[in-house]
Design a binder for this molecule. Sequence first.
Ligand code: HEC
Length: 195
Amino acid sequence: MKRKKMMLLSMVVFSLVVFTGIIFVKTGIVESQTMPFGTNEDVEYSKRLWQVLVKEKLVGPNAIQTLPYEGKPPHGVVLETLVSTVTVNGNTGPAYVKANYGGKDITRSKVANNRQKYLKSVTVMYKREKGYDSDNQDWYWVKYTPDGGLHKNPKGMRLAGRVAKGKKKGCIACHIMAEGDDYLYQNDAAQLDQE
Ligand code: HEC
């Protein structure tokens, strides 16, 4: 009798373990399929894109230099934006590349005289192949560290891909509010026609 009870108990425990195991594995799979950014694929793409941007002199020590301008949060106090059309893995599209400078007592002239010292991040919007993200005009978003690595959000997710699709905060949520339904701020009246 005792033995039977033991067997029953171990069967219950066993099936519970298996069941939770299945749930864990399943959610893991679903998550990796639906995670809109920060996946290994997004990271690989960010590396490829960085190589192209270096080659095109849009980032890195040999990047084309423009006159830094004063920015607004969240991007930084002093900024520099370059725009060009680049080809990545066979896709040709516009790339908006923004160097974000910060630091103690920062000024535009200090940045212009020592960019590397003040460079905090490089944020890029790149228009990918049709269907990449039909909901958001196929933009690929990435926040690089100055050497081409990736910044992470507070949850530790790497900021590359469809950042942060479906969330209330992040690149997409904010850029969707730009005038002209193009996700771009720099051509808005608020940027260009202010006193
Ligand atoms: C809370 C709002 C907000 C968030 C979040 C945000 N941006 Fe922006 N972004 C702006 C504004 C405003 C500008 C224009 C002014 C400036 O350059 O600071 C801009 C400009 C840019 C530009 C230059 C092209 C343009 O739209 O004018 C790029 C590229 C860019 N952001 C990339 C990103 C990326 C990548 C992320 C996420 C990692 C991000 N942004 C998150 C508000 C935001």
